[in-house]
Ligand binder design. Structure first.
Ligand code: FE2
Length: 455
């Protein structure tokens, strides 16, 4: 009897290796709902994913002047970013090397030095200890490196996007991003100029597992159902036909693409929309400039498509709203979300305002999008606690065909990468639906990059 109970317990609690059930032949892809509720899974995610992958931290435009600083949690760790006098961006753990107190307790600002509140140790913009009360009380030199602020192990920048990595042996950011860089470029080039972060940010939390928001952020299929009031009420109120802006039917121009390393994108052709109505003239001028700068073909790729881009594991670009979003779990059923709007530098204040209005009307705290998504994801999570270990979520849409934007290839790419990293096994040469025939052709880094060690 005891033995039987043991067997049942094992079956009800799958190991992380069995969280994803991927059967390309049968066109079936399932995720065990234990992945959304299990404390052990979260612990493994922290070790195997968040401590090894490149994580988006900030945009360079947020620290434009010498002395500018930002204190921000990234990957669950409190960090301090500082622009020093020679223009270098430094990233530190925001903890005093003396006793661990938070050194910078403001979220942002400008400083010449940082003084720890606890015992008064003072650090310069490069993290060096430059003053402390009664320095003679210590044997060694007060400015010894180990007495300075501890640098984040890795920090690299792509087009102003600052990423950090807690794994000193990780591959380069460029290798990690792989072919997703092309899609980042398409995201950032929409105004024909480099972008900057608009003042302010959104911070909110959701009582659900973080991976649900990853899925939701690249899920075109849910749009008309979850956001019915936006498509059928808000848009007609703006003088736009209901439901016509985003065509999520199987025939819609658009596709889902599995990129390198678990990154993925869903793209749809944009024919209309609120911004095209309120800012038609301005956007027409922007498009003309894009054609001048990039040529018609690339200008069309930039301007005529909406994209939801996931950079594994927790960074989302959503082009319709020109937003960057990061997600971090503080518990299996709780996540924190940070979001910013990015806009082209030197764009007219009028067009910036229209873009912000568009952003806030959908993704703002009282917008027509975010509250619906939050409510939906929390509702999912409530269901997961009722026997989640024996239930599976279906993510197989489009496995039997060339996936369109409203299919779920982009989510499968995420989950395949997720499973691979949790297993700690070798990376396949694709996270797409085609089962890899051989791993012999996988390059040392590139598409096969594990985001961390390469031994
Ligand atoms: Fe949504």
């Amino acid at each position: 009897m005891i033995e039987e109970t043991k067997t049942i317990q094992v079956m009800r609690k799958p190991s992380s290796q069995r969280m994803v059930d991927d059967d390309a032949q049968a066109g079936s892809f399932r995720v065990n709902r234990g992945a959304f509720v299990d404390e052990e899974v979260l612990k493994r995610e922290r070790d195997a994913i968040f401590d090894r992958c490149w994580l988006y931290a900030m945009h360079e435009s947020e620290l434009s002047q010498a002395g500018d600083y930002l204190a921000r949690k990234v990957g669950g760790k409190p960090l301090l970013f500082v622009r020093d006098r020679v223009g270098t961006l430094n990233g530190f753990f925001n903890a005093c090397p003396h006793r661990g107190m938070t050194v910078c307790r403001e979220k942002s600002g400008s400083a010449r030095t940082f003084t720890c509140f606890y015992h008064g140790w003072t650090f310069d913009l490069q993290g060096k200890l430059v003053a402390l009360p009664d320095a003679a009380g210590y044997a060694g030199k007060p400015d010894a490196p180990e007495k300075g602020l501890k640098h984040v192990p890795r920090m690299e920048i792509y087009r102003g996007l600052v990423f950090i990595n807690f794994d000193a042996d990780a591959c380069s950011l460029q290798e990690y991003l792989g072919n997703a860089m092309e899609y980042i470029d398409l995201m950032l080039d929409f105004g024909g100029d480099e972008v900057e972060i608009a003042p302010g940010q959104q911070r909110y939390s959701i009582r659900s597992n973080w991976k649900l928001l990853v899925e939701n952020s690249i899920d075109v299929y849910h749009a008309h159902s979850t956001h019915n009031r936006y498509f059928n009420k808000f848009l007609p109120d703006m003088g736009l036909p209901a439901r016509t802006w985003l065509n999520v039917s199987d025939q819609a121009p658009g596709r889902a693409i599995a990129l390198d390393n678990g990154h993925a994108v869903a793209e749809t052709m944009v024919r209309s929309g609120p911004l095209l109505k309120t800012a038609a003239e301005e956007l027409g001028e922007v498009r003309r400039k894009l054609v001048e700068k990039f040529g018609e073909e690339r200008a069309s790729r930039i301007a005529d498509y909406g994209r939801n881009l996931l950079i594994f594991p927790n960074l989302l670009f959503i082009s319709t709203w020109r937003t960057i979003r990061t997600i971090y779990p503080t518990a299996p059923g709780y996540m924190e979300v940070d979001a910013w709007a990015f806009l082209p530098k030197n764009e007219s204040s009028h067009l910036k305002k229209l873009r912000m209005d568009n952003f806030i009307s959908f993704l703002g705290p009282a917008g027509f999008g975010t509250p619906d998504d939050v409510s939906g994801l929390e509702s999912c999570q409530r269901g997961f606690f009722e026997g989640a270990d024996t239930l599976w979520s279906d993510i197989s849409r489009g496995m039997h065909r060339d996936p369109v934007a409203s299919d779920e290839l982009q989510m499968r790419a995420f989950w395949r990468r997720w499973q691979t990293m949790l297993d700690g096994g070798p990376a396949p040469d694709t996270y797409g639906d085609t089962p890899p025939n051989s791993q012999a052709d996988a390059c040392e880094h590139g598409a096969a990059c594990n985001g961390g060690n390469h031994e």
